[in-house]
Design a binder for this molecule. Sequence first.
Ligand code: GLP
Length: 263
Amino acid sequence: MRVIIKDNANDCSSWVAGYIAYRIKKAKPTAKHPFVLGLPAGSTPLGIYQELIKLYQNKKTSFEHVVTFNMDEYVGLSPRDPHSYHHFMYENLFNHIDINPKNIHILNGQTKDYAKECENYEKNITTYGGIDLMLGGVGRDGHIAFNEPFSSLGSRTRIKTLAPSTIKDNSHFFGGDISQVPTQALTMGVGTILDSKEIIIMATGAAKAEAIHQAIEGCINHMWTITALQMHQHGIIVCDEEATQKLSPSTVEYFKSIENQGN
Ligand code: GLP
């Protein structure tokens, strides 16, 4: 696992956006062989999306041949609902870049057949040869996408019931009203995420410190689904100083020294 520690959230966002642009460029994507990018919603990626929009506007990157698959979507919300992840993605990224709308994939939380929707999503990812780079955030309880504590580390895309702590945390997007937060979501599984060729998880702020401690120093455990990243050959955690508060000083020193050597 690679761990990149930056001074603050802005520096994390710039690094991640730059890395995504670098990966897209390096892949030299075409219409026939597009670059496949997995994307999250939430507060964490907002700064990354702003940086990606700037890179696009400054002609440093293009999404013309990029295909996206979002990690998750709330059950029951229409794509037009301002709280849906559909709406979030168009507002904060897709409306501002040159991506072909046909290349955007987000789970349909209003489907009548959840199992079929999730199965088709998995098949669709396979059709593109898998996800080249998966970007994610992490919940305070260590969940990735909506893989709540005790999710199978081999799970695939499916419907999940949200943990009370996640509903509470995400209620700030719903005006602080817990009763407005959907109780279920469709989400890529931990296994789906691990199938990606490369994974970046970004975490900032002291509230994520325990999740980062578990992710880097904890045992692989279904209580903290982020720990599954330890099994991936190309996993990167990008975090700010505040999120490292619960790591041992020697762990922080080790990862910083590796990055300083440019290895
Ligand atoms: C939600 C999302 C996750 C996200 C997490 C943390 O539950 N499903 O993908 O990582 O929240 O969100 P935030 O970035 O707002 O802290």
